[in-house]
Design a protein around this ligand. Sequence first.
Ligand code: ATP
Ligand code: MG
Length: 456
Amino acid sequence: MRQERIRLPGDAQWLLQTLHTAGYSAYVVGGCVRDSLLGRQPGDWDICTSARPDQMRALFADQQLILTGEKHGTVGVVLHGKPYEITTYRLDGQYRDHRHPDRVQFVGELAEDLSRRDFTINAMAYAPGEGVIDLHGGRQDLANGIIRCVGKPEARFEEDALRILRALRFAARLGFVLEPETEQAARAACNTLQSVSAERIYAELDGLLTVPGAGATLSRYGAILAGAIPEVGPCMGCTQPGRWHCYDVWQHTAAAVTALDLRGQDTRGARVLCWATFLHDIAKPLCRSVGPDGAAHFRGHNQRGAQVARGILRRLKAPSYLIEGASGLIAIHDAPLPSGDTAILKSLNRYGAIFLRRLCALKYADLDAHAQTPEVAARRRDVTIFEERMQELSHTGCYTMRQLALNGADLMEDGMPAGPAVGQMLHALLSAVMEGRVPNEKAALLAEAHRLREAR
Ligand code: ATP
Ligand code: MG
């Protein structure tokens, strides 16, 4: 494609050279070749070689080594703080139950190594001087934007069902589509994803959802994804007659994921939002009713959706910040936003500014995936008005006990006996401040405290 010569980082070059000088063959392989040919910066530079692990250990004895993958033929060599994985050429033996290779045979052939890789675009190797070794048409598929299995797709998915999700992840990341036979086989075998471990499913899905091409992939390949998360199945074809919607629940979800704007979010926030948007209407099929006017209603789908999302994320062994963050957003994603300073301060008190900023991002994405009517535009404006005021108050307002101009020690100094009543008083004072009845100033707060104590 763009370049036949790949610029290797100095350390990868040194590793290849050291192996070559010692009489072994060695190549960079897989994702780094794919990304380089696409003009993208590779994350890792993996190497495959004819050297066995014991030979690598001898050769790189002076370096820091990572030996946890040794029985799978992999030795990690750490150079300038960065680990490089070097793996002996291998051909996986028979697979059982769609999961674990029974045995790994070491073979002295690059070709065999490449033929066991998942997709043509991931099955290329490169060495300076030799150029790109592309035995499966990977370059062609890269140029055409196609994910195609190496070999017979049915057999490859039968060996390892996770490849089905990997295909979707690469499609999302690269903006590619599945080659028809690969797609057909993925559809036919998607239920075998149930036998793949939760951790591996989570990792692939997370990679799929957190890239800009996620929505398009969801839109196209929802039926395949339902093999991994059966709860999404009923969203497909779940119609939403009425004046709001122009999509079924699934296509609405995909459009919302596409519309999601992650600017200003940190890594965790972005992950929480991607998953929350993906699952925000997951309970709509469970809550659907049709009114006498023919319009669909989904009463209770916020709360129910939060429960279903929590169940899915727990099952996938997602990190707890994601389970809590996403289900928390889903639980109120469709509820009206507070208006007026007191209500906004109380929502800041209850949820915090970070959560509310995420809620606004989810609401924009959700609304942008509706029919673009004046009503929807008005709701979008309401989100903007809320967000602007909320941001302002999050900097200038008083909505936590810590921000009160008076604390428990002040109350006790003023003669209040220690005990739970102190906390209750601070609570009451904070409410008074948020409600605008008392300014957040020490003298005024003390006066209010006296008044409240006398009133009791
Ligand atoms: P990424 O940038 O996401 O890491 P990658 O292509 O490097 O992309 P990895 O999961 O790191 O993906 O795998 C490295 C290489 O190992 C792949 O490019 C592919 O050649 C091979 N590979 C990984 N998983 C499988 C699998 N399940 N079946 C066959 N080959 C695989
Ligand atoms: Mg990789």
